[in-house]
Design a protein around this ligand. Structure first.
Ligand code: HAM
Length: 422
């Protein structure tokens, strides 16, 4: 019986799988550089109040899903359920708004939500996200969405759908909430338990409920677009037009509201049909009041977060493996120690190769020559470097090309150079 297991809803990422993570991350890092984003790394533990204020007291995340506890000094802290509020906290704490009035930041890391674990939903999951802070421009919304689409395309994903809506400004959201309350008044009894509470505290969230009675109640309700003001409607028109220039396809989802309260105006979600019930692999939107809410200047911002696990799952269902499983030594070398040869000779060669930037491995298990050759082949190295007694006496090493089977003797002192040129 094994003593310890990973906690429910958390997963170990093993080296085989980690190659796919790195491949997705490197697609992102390349595009982030192209789009002018700098990296930010914030703590995974933050004051709980930050998210209560940022995401909203009556959202599911804050009400049900935060890993919240008191630290030894009795302060209410939590594991971050998302990063947008944390990034804005850091942005203001380090006065980045005073250094530049427009800042683009990206992050990669774990997030924590205490949800019931199921396919596509874990308690520790990982996001790659961006936040562009300091602009109201609808062209920035379009750029952000098209960056997201480009990442998914470059990762090799096909068949994803970008769902787009505008929630309007804070005033529009209040007006729309009032309309919804009036329209749902006679249907409250039909709603699920959660939505009955939402009706009182956060009526917009009812639009997001997946339960059938609630979906039925929502059908035929006025769309958010019917409540948004002229400025917000114009902003949304520009976003849509600019997305066409960016050649980014989207569909309008008139009831899309998102589960976090900070959104204003543009909101979007990317779904993939192969993902089942938890079909959103990335999501984001504009949040024009969060910076000011946290005590900063009045400035707009927009961003998104990609769920890494869901994105890699979607890629898997298309039998496309971004990066593929890879041995770290693929294309590298394996130093084979011959019978009677001191291990010190192999260690010396191994080190010399690595100092020259050539990946190298050797046997640490006293395997036979034959077993070492088998290991070299299993690891997929390009060359086995055979240090036999005779070779060593001549100051040479036997270089076997594992693809062609060809073998030749190369002077020990010149082997790194030889490998670089071959
Ligand atoms: P979110 O929609 O809560 O938005 O999360 C974004 C993505 O994270 C989801 O689309 C999903 O792929 C993934 N995700 C969320 N919860 C889980 C979970 N329990 N298990 C696995 N994956 C999950 C945000 O977090 C916002 N901060 C996005 C944003 C950035 N908006 C503006 N800037």
């Amino acid at each position: 019986m094994q003593k310890y297991k990973a906690l429910r809803g958390t997963t170990d990422i093993l080296p085989d799988e980690a190659g796919r993570w790195q491949a997705l991350e490197s697609v992102c890092r390349r595009l982030f550089a192209l789009y002018g984003y700098g990296e930010i790394r914030t703590p995974v533990i933050e004051p709980a109040a930050l998210f209560k204020r940022g995401i909203g007291e009556t959202t599911d995340i804050v009400e049900k899903q935060m890993f919240e506890f008191s630290d030894r000094g009795g302060r209410a802290v939590c594991l971050r359920p998302e990063a947008t509020a944390a990034v804005i906290r850091a942005y203001l704490e380090h006065s980045l708004d005073k250094k530049e009035n427009f800042t683009k930041l990206f992050y990669i890391g774990p997030m924590f939500r205490s949800e019931r674990p199921q396919a596509g939903r874990s308690r520790q999951f990982h996001q790659i996200g961006v936040e562009a802070i300091g602009s109201d421009s609808p062209y920035l919304d379009a750029e952000t969405i098209s960056l997201l689409a480009q990442i998914l395309k470059d990762a090799g994903l096909k068949g994803f759908k970008i769902k787009l809506n505008s929630l309007g400004c804070a005033k529009d959201k209040i007006a729309y909430s009032k309309t919804l309350k009036a329209k749902l008044k006679t249907k409250v009894n039909l709603l699920c338990g959660d939505c009955k509470k939402r009706y009182e505290k956060n009526v917009l969230r009812i639009l997001d409920c997946k339960k059938e009675p609630c979906r039925q109640a929502v059908r035929g309700l006025p769309k958010i677009s019917s409540s948004i003001c002229g400025d917000c409607a114009e902003h949304f028109d520009k976003v849509k037009a600019a997305l066409k220039i960016f050649k980014t396809d989207f569909v309008i989802e008139p009831y899309l509201v998102r589960g976090l309260d900070y959104y204003t105006r543009t909101a979007f979600e990317v779904t993939h049909s192969q993902l089942g019930a938890q079909d959103a692999l990335a999501a984001g939107g504009r949040y024009d009041n969060l910076v000011a809410d946290f005590g900063g200047p009045d400035m707009g911002a927009v961003g998104f977060a990609i769920g890494i696990e869901r994105t890699l799952n979607a890629l898997k269902t298309m039998s496309h493996r971004v990066g593929g499983t890879m041995s770290h030594l693929r294309g590298g070398t394996y130093v084979v120690t011959g019978t009677g040869v001191p291990k010190e000779a192999s260690v010396g060669l191994l080190n010399a190769l690595r100092l020259e930037g050539i990946s190298a491995e050797m046997d640490y298990q006293d395997r036979s020559l034959k077993a070492q050759m088998r290991q070299a082949s299993k690891l997929g190295v390009k060359f086995a470097l055979i240090l036999g007694e005779d070779e060593l006496a001549r100051g040479e090493v036997g270089v076997k090309n594992m693809e062609t089977g060809e073998q030749r003797a190369v002077a020990l002192g010149g082997v790194a150079e030889w490998l670089k040129n071959s």
